[in-house]
Design a binder for this molecule. Structure first.
Ligand SMILES: NC(=O)c1ccc[n+]([C@@H]2O[C@H](COP(=O)([O-])OP(=O)(O)OC[C@H]3O[C@@H](n4cnc5c(N)ncnc54)[C@H](O)[C@@H]3O)[C@@H](O)[C@H]2O)c1
Length: 342
């Protein structure tokens, strides 16, 4: 690669704009192309950020753009076709989480990447979340002994499903947030999930016209005996001052770590009618520059593509996370334990 890494972005939505801003802020990258099936949306973003190439069809973009890599920032269920086409066109891939939402799509992407030799990372960015990364370092040093059991709760306020994401009914809280918590648990245990036992409840979101599961409670058994409890819901009250409700406890044979990343108390804001906890961890700006761990993961993709080092998570990590989520959904549906099929 000569000069800056040329990034193309497919999906000019909320997170696609974040990608574009991050490439713009990176000293060795630039967003050269933006593609959205809603051409006007892509054109508006391109104009706002000064991106030269605008496309409606990603095939057209892959044929005409000089991009080195493609960021796939389309809805959860719409990653695989674009990833396969981009890999076949020889472009490196940064795919938004989750990798894919069906077994077939997971393997189609894996095969395309293996056959073409492009590099691929999935943006499971909770590994860059400071308290979680620090906890992983403590586990690595052996401070806690062996990880014995874990608890991870990652919920969103209801507004995300009812108002923010037009495609929530075609996805699931397990894809949208469970992919983060499950990937993080796999990373902490350093093992794969072997068997899952899950239950779910539905009804509150359906009443509001969004036909998706309200919440899942999942028990996970890892290879080697580790156990974990994972909660993912899309129905926390909108008045919760944090969009995310994120708590985690790690119990080792010699110690324990407790994380509360939502009520971090670093900053609280009160006005006549509202209490809020402004985001200073995930994505915020400092002197107009994008900051936070959502920036770090995307920056890391650029850095490691340029210097040739391995990404902090492999495509297998992301694939196995999706396959374990499929097992959780099956368990919740059948009310039976399910062995994860890799
Ligand atoms: N890393 C994170 O924590 C994080 C945070 C938010 C969203 N995301 C992920 O990013 C992805 C996008 O989420 P979003 O909130 O930006 O959604 P969004 O609805 O705001 O934007 C998605 C865009 O993709 C476009 N699109 C859909 N199919 C397309 C296609 N085939 N070709 C071109 N454009 C297409 C839509 O028109 C839309 O503009 C999702 O997978 C989501 O889970 C990740």
């Amino acid at each position: 690669m000569n000069g800056k890494l040329k990034m193309a972005i497919v999906g000019a939505g909320i997170w696609g704009e974040n990608h574009a801003r991050i490439y713009q802020a990176h000293p060795f990258a630039e967003p050269v192309a933006i593609c959205d099936q809603n051409l006007a949306k892509a054109a508006r973003l391109a104009e706002r950020l000064g991106i030269a190439e605008v496309y409606q069809d990603y095939h057209d973009m892959l044929a005409r753009s000089s991009c080195d890599a493609v960021a796939i920032v389309t809805p959860d269920f719409a990653h695989a076709d674009i990833a396969v086409a981009a890999a076949k066109a020889g472009r490196h891939l940064l795919i938004e989480k989750p990798l894919a939402t069906s077994r077939d799509d997971v393997y189609r992407i894996m095969d395309a990447v293996a056959q073409t030799g492009v590099r691929a990372m999935v943006d499971l960015h909770n590994r860059w979340n400071p308290p979680f990364n620090v906890a992983h370092q403590a586990l690595d040093r052996g401070d806690l002994g062996d990880l014995y059991s874990a608890y991870f709760r990652l919920n969103d306020i209801k507004w995300v499903a009812t108002d923010l994401l037009p495609w929530a009914a075609q996805s699931s809280i397990l894809w949208f947030l469970g992919s983060h918590s499950l990937d993080t648990l796999r990373w902490f245990f350093g093992r794969e999930v072997r068997r899952v036992y899950a239950v779910s409840r539905s009804g509150l979101l359906k009443e509001q016209g969004v036909d998706t599961v309200d919440l899942y409670q999942s028990t996970l058994e890892f290879d080697g005996g580790g156990i974990a409890q994972m909660e993912n819901g899309w129905i926390t009250p909108n008045a919760n001052p944090c969009v995310n409700d994120i708590k985690c406890t790690l119990l080792g044979t010699r110690g324990m770590i407790s994380i509360d990343a939502s009520n971090h108390n670093l900053i609280q804001s009160y006005t006549a009618d509202k209490v809020s906890v402004p985001d200073v961890l995930v994505q915020h700006t400092v002197f107009d520059q994008p900051k936070g761990f959502a920036f770090e993961s995307i920056r890391c993709f650029v850095d490691r593509l340029l210097d040739g080092r391995d990404f902090p998570l492999t495509l297998d990590d992301a694939a196995n996370t999706s396959l374990a989520i499929l097992a959780i959904m099956e368990s919740a549906r059948t009310r039976e334990p399910v062995d994860v099929q890799y």
